[in-house]
Write a protein that binds this ligand. Structure first.
Ligand SMILES: *Cc1c(COP(=O)(O)O)cnc(C)c1O
Length: 466
């Protein structure tokens, strides 16, 4: 059989006669051919059962090469259908950008721009001016700056303010966010010396005050993000910390994590501290993410008082953490939407999904149910079930967003198999499993996801019948 295995040149000639391979780069074609031939050779040597004379035929090999080429030329990063109901899903790219923002990115991406050029003066300008004014206007801060992500923002601020000096943090706020962001580790990398005060559940103003020494550079407050402490607890407000800091001439910083410009309690959700409130409390520096509750591009936003923000801008590390023009274009147009809160909530997908009311969710759920019922498969059991969605992104950890989900079972198929098949769909559909049923939450579905889901189920049921 080894003798029957064709050579690379023969397969190449075969492929080159087919229109499909016309636009395929030769390197891709060759490596796909080698891969297929190698797999066959190994199969023959191992006397694998499914390697037959038939599988060594020209037709069979060209087909295998076609499949390998398709795989090699399909992007690895691809869209998927988020049916999990987790709005800011870190594994799925967190926030979806509004259309107006996407449009602005493509304008800036395809041409030259005044990224670092001051048009009035006709000379070099600052990369950050386009967003700094907007950030100050919305947050009420004196100055602002943006870097790669919030982890970078925290690192940069600590390195600037506290390298070689002590930073006082409550024990109850030494959090790990996931994706390896841990407050003590970031502190160590920045060169700041962590000075823990208080206990896990209770920290008092006197704990901070007693810890302030000659070598204290900063009082730091960290948003707990993805967990909460309940029961016998006490924590010091940012305002009290800011007053204490002012008395002792020690700056105060808050890592807000998610960061929002909107008071979610107005929309019936749990109250999250807003960026404006943190600024108004008198903090010297506030940092937060661009792509969590803000619903914009990935970025780490720093707002605060002038002398410190200036120092931060001058830190050489800022250059290493700088954002690119696409992020800047996206952030500027996202921030512009925030000038009108109603518009922001309607247009920014993250906000729209979080504030979606239950009636809207019910309509979406029944639309999806109709779509799937119309397949007319008797093996499929579809029902609606009241479950909760989640905000995700380390935000609003205790909040259950009431939702109306689709619960699907297929006779003679386990929920695990169903889930695996949906995940293998193109595009993948990711839901969750509860009580041996596949659950899809309409909160995080886009309108054009519905036909995709329908087709996936049709194909699955067809395939499964064979
Ligand atoms: C999410 C989070 C971070 C990290 O932000 P990224 O934008 O993911 O880098 C830092 N601190 C807190 C409190 C967070 O919640």
């Amino acid at each position: 059989m080894l003798r029957m295995l064709p050579g690379v040149d023969h397969v190449l000639e075969l492929c080159e006669t087919r229109p499909f391979f016309q636009d395929i780069p030769k390197t891709v074609l060759l490596s796909s051919i080698r891969k297929i031939l190698e797999t066959l050779r190994t199969g023959i040597l191992r006397t694998e059962r499914d390697i037959t004379e038939e599988s060594l035929s020209d037709a069979h090999i060209t087909e295998a090469v076609t499949a390998a080429v398709i795989k090699a030329t399909t992007p690895n990063l691809k869209p998927l259908v988020n049916a999990t109901g987790v709005v800011v899903h870190t594994n799925f790219g967190r926030s979806l950008l509004p259309q107006a923002v996407i449009d602005n990115i493509s304008v800036i991406a395809g041409g030259y721009s005044n990224l670092e050029y001051n048009l009035e003066a006709g000379k070099r300008g600052s990369r950050y001016t386009s967003v700094e004014d907007l950030l100050c206007e919305i947050s009420g801060a004196q100055a602002a700056m943006v870097v790669n992500n919030n982890a970078g923002a925290v690192l940069l601020c600590l390195e600037t303010i506290a390298k070689g000096k002590e930073v006082i943090v409550s024990r109850g706020e030494l959090v790990e966010i996931g994706g390896s962001f841990r407050v003590p580790d970031v502190m160590a990398k920045s060169g700041g010396i962590l000075r823990e005060v208080g206990t896990t559940n209770r920290t008092h103003l006197r704990d901070y005050e007693n810890a302030i020494k000659e070598n204290t550079a900063l009082l730091l407050k960290v948003h707990r993000s993805n967990y909460s402490v309940i029961g016998f607890t006490a924590e010091v407000s940012l305002k009290e910390m800011a007053e204490l800091g002012a008395r002792h001439r020690v700056p105060v910083m808050e890592d807000l994590g998610s960061g929002t410009f909107i008071d979610f309690s107005k929309y019936g959700l749990v109250k999250e501290p807003t960026v404006q409130e943190s600024v108004a409390s008198g903090a010297d520096i506030v940092t937060f993410s661009g792509d969590k509750l803000l619903g914009g591009p990935q970025g780490g936003i720093i707002v605060g008082k002038n002398p410190i923000v200036d120092q931060i801008k001058k830190n050489p590390l800022a250059r290493a953490l700088r954002i690119d023009k696409l992020t800047l274009a996206a952030l500027e147009s996202t921030l512009r939407l925030y000038r009108d809160e109603e518009k922001a909530v309607a247009m920014i997908p993250t906000l729209r999904m979080l504030t979606m009311n239950i009636d809207d969710i019910e309509i979406r759920a029944s639309n999806l149910m109709d779509e799937l019922t119309n397949i007319g498969a008797t093996r499929m059991e579809i029902s609606l079930i009241r479950l909760s969605s989640r905000a995700g992104g380390g935000a609003l950890p205790m909040m259950e967003l009431p939702s109306n989900c689709l619960r699907i079972r297929i006779k003679a198929m386990s929920a695990n198999t169903l889930e695996r098949n949906m995940r293998a769909n193109d595009p993948p559909i990711i839901g969750r499993i509860e009580d041996d049923a596949f659950i899809m939450d309409p909160r995080t579905l886009k309108d054009d996801d519905l036909p995709i889901i329908r087709t996936a189920f049709e194909n699955l049921l067809k395939k499964d019948k064979l």
